[in-house]
Design a protein around this ligand. Sequence first.
Ligand code: HEC
Length: 199
Amino acid sequence: MRKLDTLKIILASSLLLGVMASCNSDKTTPGYTYMDDMYRSPAIKTYEPSIDNPRQTSSLTPVEGTISRGYIPYDIPNTNEGYEDSKSNTSVPVNFSTLDPQEGKELYGQFCSHCHGDKGDGNGILMQREKILGIPGYGRDRLPDITPGSIYHVIMHGKNNMGSHSSQLNYDERWKIIKYVLKLREDQSVMVAEATAAK
Ligand code: HEC
């Protein structure tokens, strides 16, 4: 009887020892496993040299001509000719005609009004404090020939003292602002016309 008990203890402790020995304090490895490649596919680390592809690295660069989702390329260059060309660029988003100008109001307040003024009269806070000069109002008297295309161009590339806003605004946001600028332009043009009529 005694002999059997001792045997049981030896058996139990060697089992425990076996279990513990198969554990591993290194949390990044699974410990001892049999036929591990059958249930763990080898993961390739980023930039790990890999001979299986032509570029010899696990990180592949995108195929030439790839553009990221939601990115709309703009090809008109940042030159005087480009600016003139942009005036006749009529490519606008499909929903542009039905877009509610008010949708761009908040964005305009965040990105443009400190220079161009809440009303688009060119008298924003930076103009009042003379931090930046030469900011035009949007009325037809100041900017007779701007078009949605040219406003888009100026947002993308900037113009003289106005910097580019292409990195701050995505495609949809730019067009929302343009719609709102066109509304301000109407308001400004009416105001100027009334003021001239009153004189
Ligand atoms: C830092 C001040 C500043 C900010 C911010 C600014 N602008 Fe301007 N903007 C200017 C100045 C200065 C000009 C005049 C550029 C010139 O013709 O010399 C200008 C010109 C323009 C014109 C007329 C360009 C033309 O065809 O002559 C438009 C349209 C315009 N801005 C729209 C915007 C919009 C939309 C925003 C917001 C996304 C904006 N601006 C933000 C300073 C600013």
